[in-house]
Design a protein. Structure first.
Length: 562
């Protein structure tokens, strides 16, 4: 990994520094990233990945990858594989420390028996509806289950029969015996186990009872010897429950620390909502470039460095807030500006015939590959009598201060000559199909002896040498700033109808004919693009727009400083 990420100070590092001073964990820092394998990781997870693995890196500690796979009905090996791929792509490794909550099912069962024997857990025969009704509300205490005082031996017998598959689903649950009057609803005798006849992606049909997330999570941290259990704020009210389990069992006690999760405007990051977008085919799968998933961002052309820099830049907060997606776009633009090869591409081609240029002549113009990096050198771009320019770079009846090509007006062709529009050719319906121009041979770029001054430079591609391609212009999936929080409408009603535009007749300079999947480029004047990893082939090049050249975030920063 590159060294662009520096150790930062925040309230989490302050806690860890204090623990190191007091030798609370014998000078160790051991974190973990604990995803549930029930969906693809998104940009919010990327922040947690960078935080947990980053802390381990900064303190010369360790970070585990642990899959909290306690719900076999929603989990799949597809998600496991995608999560591992995403973490590696971001630049992090867990070495041999790949664990699963399912690794600990036997131990968790033993822990549950231990609590039953202490009189701290019981088998409840109440239905889900009855349990919910007795739970109470945030302002009213709950009521004890009629089965709360079952004898310990009866609880042990019933729990073993649950494990052995002797009861139907929903017949019994195992609950912790804590306090039904607690102001914290998580402490009101939470469920620890449910009967569920479902095949697990790792344990098969060995188990027909599965631990709840709240029961498995803290004990898994303890078993692995995690020192600092970094969680998002929604788990703050769960911490007393995790502490209660640990203390009752008398096992290793990790320090849970909560931080604010990452929220971005113009997107949703709920797994349920993202799944709906996929299942309703609003998007082209989990890796659709409009999705906030790491696989989607990767396919769109984002770099791991830009995401790590973004995660570092937004910092660690104690309160939830929403980050402007323009900052993420700024980070990828900032990174690609230093790395991306410059090329010329015409997305909406308009043919130009240079009438006074010699027939059959081909000139090779020298073009700079990246002005930010001289070591990337130059390339040769063929120039011929017939070229393509962007349709938007010509206007037949231009307004004032329009400096691009128009009848009688001159512009410079990037790396080439100054041309002048002499004639506009239209079809029978009045559509402009071709321009007839002349060039000034004394104005060759780098060798201009004419003394002419023009106010615009436009890009172009030789018609004879152009490579055909499909280009997909991606924009934000939602047109509303807060689709996730909108209560007056369903979030699907805020979908942006212009989030994807597919252009099928684009013309690229010949340098791109050998572009490989995932290669990234700056199309001069148009934005950053990458070769699509899903649909691009040698016969049909497909490019995705990663981000425009417009630096929105820089403008926001500048305005805030004024």
């Amino acid at each position: 990994m590159s060294e662009e990420i520096k150790k930062s100070s925040n309230f989490i590092t302050e806690i860890i520094d204090e623990h190191l001073k007091t030798n609370k964990y014998q000078g160790k820092v051991h974190t973990r990233f604990p995803p549930e394998p029930n969906g693809y990781l998104h940009i919010g997870h990327a922040k947690s990945i960078c935080l947990n693995f980053g802390l381990a890196r900064d303190y010369n500690g360790l970070c585990n990858l642990r899959f909290d796979d306690t719900n076999p009905t929603k989990e799949d090996i597809e998600y496991v594989d995608s999560i591992k791929e995403d973490i590696k792509w971001l630049g992090f490794t867990w070495d041999e420390r790949e664990y699963y909550a399912s690794d600990y099912f036997d131990k968790l069962y033993e822990f549950a028996v231990q609590l039953i024997k202490k009189g701290k857990a019981y088998v409840d025969s109440s239905s889900a509806e009855e349990i919910k009704a007795l739970r109470g509300t945030p302002t009213e205490p709950g009521k004890n289950s009629p089965y709360r005082d079952r004898p310990i031996e009866e609880n042990l017998e019933l729990f073993e029969k649950m494990k052995n598959g002797e009861f139907n689903e929903g017949k019994y649950v195992l609950r912790a015996k804590i306090d039904m009057a607690s102001p914290n609803l998580n402490m009101r005798d939470p469920i620890m186990y449910r009967i569920r006849f479902a095949e697990h992606h790792r344990t098969g049909n060995k188990w027909c009872i599965y631990p709840t997330y709240d029961w498995a999570h803290g004990q898994s941290d303890s078993i692995e010897g995690i020192t600092h259990s970094i969680c998002t704020l929604e788990f703050e009210n769960h911490r007393p429950l995790y502490n209660w389990f640990i203390e009752e069992l008398g096992i290793h006690h990790s320090q849970q620390i909560e931080f604010a999760r990452l929220n971005l405007n113009y997107t949703v990051m709920s797994k349920r909502k993202l799944l709906k977008l996929v299942e309703d085919k609003i998007v082209d799968g989990w890796d659709d470039p409009r999705m906030p998933t790491i696989s989607g961002l990767r396919r769109r052309g984002y770099t791991p460095e830009s995401i790590r820099n973004f995660a570092e830049g937004v910092g660690v907060a104690k309160r939830d807030n929403t980050i402007d997606v323009a900052l993420l776009e700024f980070r990828v633009r900032e990174d690609l500006n230093k790395k991306a090869q410059r090329v010329m591409s015409v997305l909406r081609p308009l043919k130009v015939v240079i009438t006074n240029y010699p027939d059959g002549k081909v000139e090779l113009m020298e073009a700079v590959n990246n002005p930010e990096d001289e070591t990337m050198g130059t390339r040769e771009v063929p120039f011929t009598k017939e070229i393509y320019i962007e349709h938007d770079d010509f206007m037949e009846d231009p307004p004032k201060k329009y400096f691009r090509l128009s009848p009688g007006n001159e512009v410079r062709l990037r790396y080439a000559y100054i041309i002048k529009c002499e004639e506009v050719i239209k079809d029978s319906e009045g559509n402009i199909t071709e321009l007839r121009c002349t060039y000034d041979p004394e104005t060759k770029s780098g060798h201009d002896t004419s003394g002419k001054k023009v106010k615009a430079t436009i890009h172009w591609v030789s018609a004879e040498h152009a490579v055909n391609a499909e280009v997909r212009l991606y924009d934000r999936l939602f047109s509303y700033e807060d689709p996730a929080g909108a209560k007056e409408k369903d979030f699907m009603e805020y979908l942006n109808p212009s989030s994807l535009e597919i252009l099928n007749d684009c013309k690229l300079e010949p340098y791109l004919k050998d572009a490989k999947k995932g290669d990234k480029f700056q199309f001069e004047r148009l934005g950053y693009f990458c070769v699509d990893t899903k649909y691009s082939t040698d016969e049909n090049l497909v490019f995705n727009r990663t981000v425009t050249l417009r630096d929105t975030w820089a403008k926001i920063q500048k305005n805030s400083e004024q």
